[in-house]
Design a binder for this molecule. Structure first.
Ligand code: KG4
Ligand code: ZN
Length: 357
């Protein structure tokens, strides 16, 4: 029996300090041995958003302990680790630098290879931690900083089919929560409030719904929610606005995902059609069930990471590390932190005023 790779993953790109050890079983299926995530919600709550300097300080304070805990919980020894994978970008540079430097130093100390990981690739590969997933697949990545449809053809091989031209979907959830007076981070709360409201009460805009292929836009929707929120007088109206927002997002994603299916099928010769949804917003149960229904209607297999692996974590970073380790794709110890790092580096920049769709 050959030794299976044991990978330490480290994640500090934003406000979660995380470390994880993963390996694979005899059948080559990944196995998560430990997955420690320390969130900084309490640090940032009073500011209503992530404060980079405070986030970095908190990563520095906790990183040793979190990595130690991940190693202890895995039941493995340090000298059994085969490679160290750290997030190198995209993210807040002061935060990235903590996990990146720690990972490099750790790899150097144990004399094992170092792997620099794109955080978005971590999300993209996160469903591999609980399902048998082969390339190519269509990915909808919906997080706090990104909203994209990607044709995933292999490790480091991504073709962007569509992206948001303004706000990310998670950002739209968080801003809606904020105007409804919900404490940071409010995104997940919207789904809960929405259950008590009337989804048809407010007619909200669906920007670029019928143009721009599977590109997305949420800024106009956010502005409209803000205007209505100022007129709200009762708790029930608050629930109705949350429900109307949630419903509008579902309608936008339903239509845009259909465009993405078309694009994906044009670009690939497929025996099997697979649709993967990842990133923090993939934890939204109503969005999940709507997309599962859409997949059934269009003969797609739908795959989601487990809820606890939708948000930021280090198991997904170790997952990319595992694939790269097997391909011997290692990085030098002078690898920089990369605050802006697209998965498809050939895709054109589609943000801001004057964007033509
Ligand atoms: O992937 P993630 O943990 O961090 C980034 O890389 O951005 O995503 C965080 C985002 C936040 O905007 C959060 O509000 C959103 O995911 N989110 C949700 C839900 N759970 C997390 N949005 C809607 N419904 C949820 N249940
Ligand atoms: Zn993320």
């Amino acid at each position: 029996m050959s030794k299976k790779p044991l990978i330490l993953g480290i994640e500090t790109s934003c406000d979660e300090t995380a470390a994880s050890l993963i390996t694979e079983n005899e059948q080559g299926i990944p196995v998560v041995l430990s997955n420690i995530v320390s969130s900084q919600i309490d640090v940032h709550k009073e500011y209503g958003g992530v404060v980079p300097e405070l986030a970095a300080r908190s990563h520095i304070e906790k990183i040793d302990l979190i990595v130690k805990k991940a190693i202890n919980e895995s039941g493995k020894r340090i000298d059994e680790i085969d490679a160290v994978a750290s997030t190198a970008g995209p993210g807040l540079i002061v935060c990235l630098s903590v996990g990146l430097s720690f990972g490099k130093a750790f790899a150097l100390a144990i004399k094992k290879p170092f792997i620099a990981v794109n955080h978005l690739e971590g999300h993209a590969l996160s469903p591999k931690l609980n399902s048998n997933l082969n390339y190519p697949y269509l990915l909808l990545l919906i997080s706090g900083g990104h909203s994209q449809y990607l044709n995933v053809q292999g490790i480091e091989k991504y073709k962007r089919l569509g992206t948001t031209i303004d706000d990310a979907l998670g950002e739209a959830f968080d801003k809606t929560a904020k105007v409804l007076g919900i404490e940071f981070p409010g995104g997940p709360q919207i789904e809960i409030l929405a259950k008590k409201g009337d989804p048809k009460k407010y007619i909200l805009p669906k920007p670029i719904l019928n143009k721009g292929g599977c590109n997305l836009s949420f800024a106009g929707l956010k502005t409209s929610v803000l205007k209505i929120a100022k007129t709200i007088k009762s708790e029930q109206e608050k629930f109705d606005l949350a429900a109307s927002f949630q419903n509008t997002i579902e309608e936008i994603l339903y239509k845009k995902t259909k465009f993405a299916f078309n694009e994906f099928e044009k670009q690939n010769n497929l025996n099997k059609k697979v649709f993967v949804v990842a990133g923090g917003v993939a934890a939204n149960k109503k969005i999940r069930s709507m997309l599962i229904k859409l997949c059934k209607e269009n003969n797609y297999e739908s795959i989601f990471p487990p809820i606890e692996l939708c948000g930021d974590n280090a198991a997904m970073i170790a997952m990319v590390g595992l694939e790269k380790f097997k391909l011997k794709k290692f990085n030098n110890l002078d690898h920089p932190a990369i605050p802006r790092w697209a998965l498809d580096e050939n895709a054109i920049f589609l943000k801001g005023a004057g964007v033509k769709l």
